[in-house]
Design a protein around this ligand. Sequence first.
Ligand SMILES: [Zn+2]
Length: 56
Amino acid sequence: MEIKPWKLNKAARCAHCKDATIHSIIIDRYKMKIKCRDCGFTRFYNFHVVNIPKRR
Ligand SMILES: [Zn+2]
């Protein structure tokens, strides 16, 4: 089964060009990519997938 990544847009202050720009946010099952639309500066985040124990 194919799981499509989520694609979001958010206005935020870019850490690179220091402008308030639109950032593309792509969220996959294991990673997240945030890219500034203005300068192309991109950040990656990885998720650690863990099993959450059930409450007793
Ligand atoms: Zn930027």
